[in-house]
Ligand binder design. Structure first.
Ligand code: NAP
Length: 301
């Protein structure tokens, strides 16, 4: 039996594993399928990770992984199909194996909700992005568009308006779901144009995104398109052990504590304001500290 099992090998999970291992704990990481270190693999250029000059998300993730592997933390590639809590945590895998541990750190992340329109897959990383804070600086002085009507879309439009020549904010309704004060500030910005009661029908371009087609028949020329229509936390596997908010995120503070003893969450899957690599890494350290505390004072054996 392990002292800790970490589910998810993104920045949150890997850093949790690193902290646990360095505290002398017997820890294993389980990842579904190695395709890079979580969502950051989709970032062409990470410019805001302290201590690193701009580098690709893939390269940053590889460095995280190499660091963890250099501490001899096992990373098992297998899909978790079920999690059962008796006195300890039993992680049932697709291969038929079961991993048992005294504590479980769940860091399975979240994925951006997709538009489901033509061109979306083709232009991802070629002008289309789901993270303005990650990729916005690539579009300095350029014309961009944001799709969405919630707080993320408003935040993204605000952020991009400081960098870009023009920002179109496209929302399918007449009213925004996000903060009214932010809407008022955006309305006053000369380089922000609202396109309301409109959906994007298609994304087009040669090698990179060049144009978006709207459902009213109009076309807009942009080099960057940011989709901010919500995200889907991967929390179903622990559903019966945690409380979730109205968007499905696991309700937990910075310490990662959940309503179940010995279960901690870290990274994008938990309720938090800013979902970034740096906050995921920090969550991993905090959740590991909580697990270490649990193993010291609350363990069952
Ligand atoms: P959200 O609140 O769920 O908003 C998603 C928006 O995308 C909605 O306006 C929705 O339109 C639109 N949408 C959904 N599917 C769409 C589709 N297929 N095509 C076009 N539009 C679509 O998501 P979020 O903005 O990411 O925010 C998530 C949570 O984080 C919220 O609770 C938010 O308050 C919080 N948050 C807070 C801050 C902050 O405090 N500064 C910043 C970011 C996020 P409808 O309106 O038509 O449903």
């Amino acid at each position: 039996m392990y002292e800790a099992v970490v589910i998810g090998s993104g920045p949150a999970g890997l850093n949790a594993a690193l902290y646990l291992k360095r505290a002398g704990k017997n820890v294993i990481v389980i990842e579904k399928e190695y395709e890079g270190t979580g969502q950051i693999v989709q970032s062409i250029c990470v410019e805001n990770y302290l201590g690193f000059q701009p580098l690709s998300g893939e390269e940053l993730g590889e460095r995280f992984r190499r660091h963890v592997l250099s501490e001899y933390v096992p990373i098992l590639e297998d899909e978790v199909t079920e999690i059962i809590h008796k006195d300890t945590w039993h992680v049932i895998l697709l291969s038929g194996k079961t991993v048992e541990a005294e504590t479980l750190i769940y860091a399975a992340g979240a994925s951006p909700r997709k538009l489901g329109i033509s061109g979306e897959e083709t232009y991802q990383g070629k002008g289309m992005s789901y993270c303005a804070y990650c990729d916005g600086s690539l579009y300095k002085g350029k014309d961009t568009a944001v799709i969405g009507g919630g707080d993320t879309a408003l935040d993204d439009a605000m952020y991009l308006s400081e960098l870009c020549r023009k920002v179109y904010l496209i929302h399918r309704r007449a009213e925004f779901k996000g903060n009214e004060a932010a809407v008022e500030i955006l309305k006053k910005k000369e380089n922000v144009e609202f396109i309301l009661e409109t959906s994007v029908r298609e994304i087009k371009g040669q090698k990179r995104l060049e144009e978006i087609l709207l459902d009213n028949g109009k076309k807009i020329s942009v080099t960057g398109l940011f989709v901010a229509i919500g995200s889907l936390p991967a929390a179903d596997l622990i559903e019966k052990y945690v409380q979730r908010d109205e968007n499905g995120y696991v309700i937990a503070g910075e310490d990662g504590l959940t309503s179940s003893s010995g279960l901690f969450v870290a990274g994008d899957v938990r309720t938090k304001k800013l979902r970034q690599v740096i906050t995921a890494v920090s969550d991993g350290a905090n959740a590991a500290a909580s697990a270490i505390h649990y193993l010291k004072f609350c363990r069952k054996r």
